[in-house]
Design a protein around this ligand. Sequence first.
Ligand code: PMP
Length: 308
Amino acid sequence: MPEALAFFRGQVVPLSEAKVSVTTHALHYGTAVFEGIRGNWNADHDKLYVFRMRDHYERFIQGCRIMMLDIPYDVDTLCNITLDLLQRCGYKEDLYIRPLAYKSEERVANLNLQELSSDFTLMVVPFGAYIEVDGAIRCCTSSWRRVDDTIIPPRVKISGHYVNSILAKTEATLSGFDEAIMLTQDGNVSEGSGENLFLVSNGVIHTPLVADNNLTGITRDSAIRIATDELGLDIVERQIRRSELYLADEIFLTGTAAHVTPVGELDMRPIGEGGVGPITQKINDMYVDIIAGNNPKYADWCAAVPLE
Ligand code: PMP
């Protein structure tokens, strides 16, 4: 039987025992950095593959540098802690892996990062589809603008800036849409509340610049690699205006949780034919195969967990 475990205060404990005090700094101010990593179960191989784990931990360490979170682990050690926890938990299904570095000081009235202690924890939860929709999703342009790098750096996963995504996602779903697309303060297209964005126009793929307040998405990078190396398509990273989205042939979103998600409608207007576009479909098919550990060319993106 799989066991719900966590890595907490330097050791593996039952998940139910991994608890912090209400006085913890990160709980009050969002002074934490996290990652979202997928473990993908391949029943044919009888193996669990962790997707681009090193890349996730490299982004994680970048976030820790920005937030002055001193944790005593490098990327290699974080990968080993993760593989060990997955082995001990023994899950044989799709998983979401959540590392969190946080300001653990049990003293709230202090806004100086350099004076606050840091800690690291890691948990794993079974996780299927993030957006429960068959086919293409319906999006709206959010009334919330994407948090700017001059306010809280959005290129890494700082817990506090997720309030921005949460406000946007909540507004979208309460209004009957599946997902929100956010613009920058200047009105450029930025990204979804938890996904990067791509549009296809006349066979060419366009995606916003990371500098337009995008998270440096690992699925974004995977989609770019698939589109260019496998499908021979051109990708243009540039500033994109809102109205270009309405005129696109296809739009898709990418993210660890959302995978490759086609957008069929934006602001009540159909995108292309309103369904799953052919280029989106091709990228998705390759992506699904790669993350399941089926494509030997991308074996270095998939770390197999040694399970019993
Ligand atoms: N943007 C935001 C705001 C996100 O939360 C995510 C999910 N991590 C992404 C983009 C996609 O990034 P990745 O592909 O690395 O999961």
